[in-house]
Design a protein around this ligand. Structure first.
Ligand code: F6P
Ligand code: MN
Length: 331
């Protein structure tokens, strides 16, 4: 079996980028150990703080963020970092050539019930001339990502990584090494499995409701096949399932907070996951354009997402084009 370091050497990846990915993995191994300890080391439960998203921070959100910050600020190649748990970008080493954007612990409502969570990351090029005290250098579209991935803390810990040359999976071994366990992952084009939080049905726009209505009709409806549904409440776990066996994951815009484009965050959830999905042959859209083509205006910007098996996501796009145009014609 191949070690992550051997694999990256074989790919002839930039040496500093290789080194940065290795350092990120040291941080994620430390997070794994904290998660494994659970209640024994008193890391479960919430803090009294609320993050920039207005969400109560779990103790492990804060701990994971601090672990990643510690290693990344100490890495000479990192100019700065932006995190879900930090309202402003954090300066690291001004001459560094990379910016790292991350969600330290995605799906953290799962922590206290001992269900899968993960760390999502995106690596961008830094431009030392610009300085890193404000958001501007981070506001790059998803196409500019040099690498993206996640570490999934489930029954086993896995790194799923793309550097723009396909998607590969590495399993954390007993000796603490990430070993290549799946190469060049490809998502099946067709699927019979969807993931969406159905409790928001009444808040969706007509195209989304009609699309889901038709999936629920199964073999008796226009789609002519039965669909299965899954909802883990951790994007990282949903995307992992889709990369493994196909499917569609949707978190659409809804009327609850109309001024917000969606729930998930573009720079550290939408973009890295879209790069993985596209690299594995899938499609990633906000229902109007490809997520990675959206020009970010804010590091914590939100986006609606539909990601997964190419043919299924394309069908959802057709529903939007067809039904939105009927509604437009009525106005
Ligand atoms: O990071 C946000 C997140 O936890 C995602 O990981 C997950 O897909 C989603 O929110 C779950 O949202 P809800 O609580 O609405 O089901
Ligand atoms: Mn998240």
């Amino acid at each position: 079996m191949q070690l992550l370091s051997q694999f990256l050497r074989r790919e002839q990846l930039d040496e500093e980028l290789t080194d940065l990915i290795a350092t990120l993995m040291v941080a994620c191994k430390e997070i794994t150990l904290k998660l494994r300890q659970g209640a024994i080391s008193g890391v479960l439960g919430t803090t009294t703080d609320v993050n920039v998203q207005g969400e109560t921070q779990k103790k492990l959100d804060v701990i994971s963020n601090e672990i990643l910050k510690k290693y990344l600020q100490g890495h000479m190649t990192v100019a700065g970092l932006a995190s879900e748990e930090e309202s402003e970008p954090v300066l690291a080493n001004p001459n560094g050539k990379f910016l790292v954007v991350f969600d330290p612990l995605d799906g953290s409502s799962n922590i206290d019930i001992n269900v899968t969570v993960g760390t999502i990351f995106s690596i961008l090029e830094a431009n030392p001339a610009e300085g890193y005290h404000d958001e501007a250098p981070y506001l790059q579209n998803g196409r500019k990502q040099l690498a993206a991935g996640y570490v999934l803390y489930g029954p086993s810990a896995l790194l799923v990584l793309t550097t723009g040359n396909g998607v590969n999976m590495f399993t954390l071994s007993e000796t603490g090494d990430f070993l290549l366990t799946r190469e060049k992952v490809m998502i099946p084009e067709e699927t019979q499995e969807f993931a969406i939080n159905m409790s928001n049905y009444r808040h969706w726009e007509p195209a989304m409701r009609t699309y889901i209505d038709d999936l629920l009709e199964g073999v008796d409806g226009v789609r002519g096949k039965n669909y299965n549904m899954r909802w883990v409440a951790a994007m990282v776990a949903e995307i992992h399932r889709i990369l493994t066996r196909g499917g569609i994951f949707i978190y659409p815009w809804d009327t609850r907070v109309p001024q917000k484009p969606g729930k998930l965050r573009l720079m550290y959830e939408g973009n890295p996951m879209s790069m993985l999905i596209e690299q594995a042959g899938g499609l990633a859209t906000n229902c109007y354009s490809n997520i990675m083509d959206v020009e970010p205006q804010d590091i914590h910007e939100r986006v609606s997402v539909a990601l997964g098996s190419k043919a299924e996501v394309a069908t959802l796009l057709e529903y939007h084009q067809r039904i939105d145009s009927i509604i437009d014609n009525k106005h």
